[in-house]
Every structure is written in C-alpha cells, then in structure tokens.
Design a protein around this ligand. Structure first.
Ligand code: ZN
Length: 302
C-alpha cells in the first residue's frame, strides 16, 4: 500500500444492512473478506451475506470455496479453487452441434468491448439463450443475466444443472474490454489460462458447456473437446494441469501471433491431451462454429 492511501473497511450490523438495502433497493453485488491471506470478493446477495454472518467457520469455509470458484479474467492471477468432490460424473457420449451468434448480439457485445468503464475496466459476463434454426443454433444475449466485472476479472452467471451436464442456459460469455488491451499493452486477447480453468470449473459444476469470449478482434468459442468427453469425468476433473497447454502469451503488436496462429497452436496439442475445443470468428465471419457437449442421459437435446 502506498503512503497516503487509506483503506477503510465498513462493518455494518445486519439490521442496518437490511434497512439500507430495503429502503434504497441497493443492489449489493458483493462483499470482501480475507481468505488464505488475501482479500476475495464474494459475489453474494444480501440473503447469502446474512447466511454468512450467522454461520460458523466450517460452513463459511464451504461457502468460500463455493464463491471463489474460478472466475474469468484477462490476467493470470491465481485464485483459490474448489477441489471438487468425486461426485462429478458425465456421460462419455458426444453431442456435436453448429452455432452462430445473432447479429444483434454481436453488435451489443462489441459495444460492451469498446465501451470504457472506470479505469478502463468494464468486463461483462452474461448468459446466451438459443433457438434452433434448421440445423444451426442461434445464440442471443440474455439481457437479464448481464453482470459487470470487478477490475480485470468478472463472474459469469450459472446455467441450470442437470444430472450429467448443464441443461438450460448453458452458454455463457464474457468480454475482454478495449481498456484492458491498453492497460495490458496487447494487440489481441484470446482466452487466458484462467478463462480455460474457469470454464472447466463450470463444466465440472454442470452449469455450462459453451463459452464465448468477446474481444476487439472477434469471438473465441470454447467447448469441451470430444477427446475429453470420451475419456470422461476423471480426465476432465484432472485437466487443470492440461489447460497450461492452452496458454499462449498475448502479442504486444499485430506483428506478433495472430488469432489464426493461436488456433493452429491449439490444434497442434496432442489429441490425447486435448481438453478444450476452441475456435475463432471475426465479427464479419458468419460461418457457423462447431461445439461439443456430453449427453444428458442419452439425449443431446438442449
Ligand atoms: Zn477472459
């Protein structure tokens, strides 16, 4: 901390908190607490906060693990991760579909990418609804689901859990805002290592199976690689160590690695080690992308 800076913590009694929140319809988006020697933001509602204040420490630790599950970030900060129970099991049958993002949604997301928030940080996370048009799924921004990010990381809402995988609102996404390109001095911003891990966390918690990263240069589309689905839950659960292969430094100029070269590098990862299927489309490129997910029971219905 630099001298002259004062950090003030405000501790409110629950009665005061309830009164403020009720009277002003304040949307309390999160709380800070110390966890393993660092401050973490809990993206919780007031109800969850009240549960927190009335819980003992073993319960709080469980809540912390739940709330600090990987978030999406352009940076590479290490966050505490949930160590998932052995309960996670998915089907090893692969569903393969084609998708496009609607023009309206592409325009809206590009506007979010280009808008500069406070200190250039304006990362957004959201869910995308889908409807089938012929054999192609068309994705549309769900406006109610938009969440603003804190600093250079953001949270993406969860879809609905099924038995084997996510079953509703399973496509999430987040932006890499233009301000972050300036702050981090980069020309392109493909998915970060944290993005890959945060997506895996969502797959394991069965709250997503598809993720879009909206950037200045276009959209990166992430789903599970068929290899990972066929190998099953144990392989996916142990895949945090494999996502390191998906990490490539962001170029500082457009003469550096290009998005198409990044995709080629990912294609070169040995098939047996492939965890994610990542594709890229510029905003003008309307070719459908392919995405994969496991069946729910025997069903590919989404
Ligand atoms: Zn990101």
């Amino acid at each position: 901390m630099s001298s002259g800076t004062k950090n003030v913590s405000l501790i409110l009694e629950r009665s005061v908190l309830e009164r403020i929140s009720n009277a002003n319809k304040i949307n309390i988006s999160g709380f800070l607490t110390a966890h393993r020697g660092r401050l973490v933001r809990l993206p919780v509602s007031i109800d969850q906060y009240l549960k927190w204040t009335s819980s003992n420490w073993p319960t709080r630790l469980e809540m912390l693990n739940e709330y600090t599950r990987g978030s999406f970030s352009m940076g590479t900060r290490q966050r505490s991760r949930n160590d998932f129970s052995s309960k996670f099991s998915i089907s090893t049958k692969v569903c393969k579909k084609k998708g496009v993002i609607s023009n309206t949604t592409l325009d809206e997301m590009l506007a979010f990418v280009e808008e500069s928030g406070p200190e250039g940080h304006s990362e957004k996370g959201a869910l995308f609804s889908y409807k089938k048009d012929g054999d192609v799924y068309e994705f549309e921004l769900s406006h109610d689901s938009i969440m603003g990010g804190e600093k250079d990381e953001t949270d993406v809402p969860d879809g609905k859990k099924g038995t084997n995988r996510c079953v509703e609102m399973c496509a999430g996404g987040h932006t890499h805002p233009a301000g972050e390109y300036i702050a981090q001095k980069v020309a392109y911003a493909w998915p970060s290592h944290d993005d890959c891990d945060a997506f895996l966390d969502k797959v394991i918690s069965k709250t997503s199976f598809l993720h879009f990263v909206f950037t200045k240069e276009g959209v990166y589309i992430m789903s599970l690689h068929p290899n990972a689905i066929k190998k099953g839950s144990k392989f996916i659960r142990g895949s945090k160590k494999r996502t390191g292969a998906y990490r490539f430094a962001l170029p500082t100029t457009k003469h550096g690695m290009k998005p198409s070269e990044y995709i080629s590098k990912l294609k070169a990862i040995p098939k047996d080690e492939k965890v994610l299927n990542v594709d890229f489309r510029s905003y003008k490129d309307r070719r459908p992308f392919i995405f994969y997910y496991p069946t729910e029971g025997d069903s590919c219905d989404i």
